[in-house]
Design a protein around this ligand. Structure first.
Ligand SMILES: CC(C)(COP(=O)(O)OP(=O)(O)OC[C@H]1O[C@@H](n2cnc3c(N)ncnc32)[C@H](O)[C@@H]1OP(=O)(O)O)[C@@H](O)C(=O)NCCC(=O)NCCS
Length: 169
């Protein structure tokens, strides 16, 4: 499912996008999350997803990238947790492109994809290890806090905030 929303092109991930996705996520950890997470968790977070992991994830689950004329500037992937619940596993926007509605557009796209392809799913969840930094964004796009969770990085378990959004049929 390819789309152009608000002038932004959104398409399925291809293997050649892995390096860009890796760089976008790593920069978010080292430039922003470090302040909330500290050094050990930042390093575990970066190491949790190498470029080949994106290729592996895209084979198993819907994975979309947003691009402009300069290349990939954001991405989102979603995993089915059970019949009625799907989880946004990763969403990241290039640090240089923040505040341009790219995150909101990716969420809108994934919601439309889920409604069209997984009609039994009634809610989206997302677990964040940096709620101070990004829960404002999730609330803006319709998520509400739904309790505590734990994020499993290969080298470290981190407490997380779960947020949930009910999907309209
Ligand atoms: C969260 C993130 C995706 C937001 O991307 P973005 O493209 O800058 O967000 P948008 O421009 O679409 O913002 C949508 C709205 O949320 C608000 N918003 C965005 N980031 C915010 C923040 N950190 N705190 C509060 N509000 C925020 C915007 O002001 C905007 O509000 P408006 O519609 O009133 O103008 C981006 O900061 C990011 O990549 N964060 C790291 C990703 C992450 O933490 N992933 C963890 C889960 S795997």
């Amino acid at each position: 499912m390819n789309a152009v929303i608000n002038g932004l092109s959104i398409r399925f991930f291809k293997a050649r996008d892995a390096e860009s996705c890796f760089k976008i996520r790593s920069a978010a950890f080292t430039r922003e999350f470090y302040r909330e997470l500290g050094a050990r968790a930042t390093s575990a977070g970066v190491n949790a997803f190498m470029p080949e992991d994106y290729v592996r994830m895209a084979k198993k689950s819907p994975f979309f990238v947003a691009e402009d004329s300069g290349g990939v500037i954001g991405f989102i992937t979603i995993e089915r947790r059970n019949k009625q619940v799907a989880e946004i596993a990763l969403i990241y926007v290039d640090r240089k492109q923040l505040g341009k509605q790219i995150g909101q557009t990716l969420i809108k796209h994934i919601e439309q994809w889920v409604i069209a392809n997984w009609p039994e799913v009634t809610s989206l969840i997302v677990d964040t290890v940096i709620p101070q930094y990004n829960s404002g964004f999730y609330k803006k796009v319709g998520f509400v806090p739904a309790g505590h969770a734990v994020c499993d990085f290969p080298d470290l378990q981190l407490p997380a905030l779960r947020l949930e959004k009910k999907l309209k049929p």
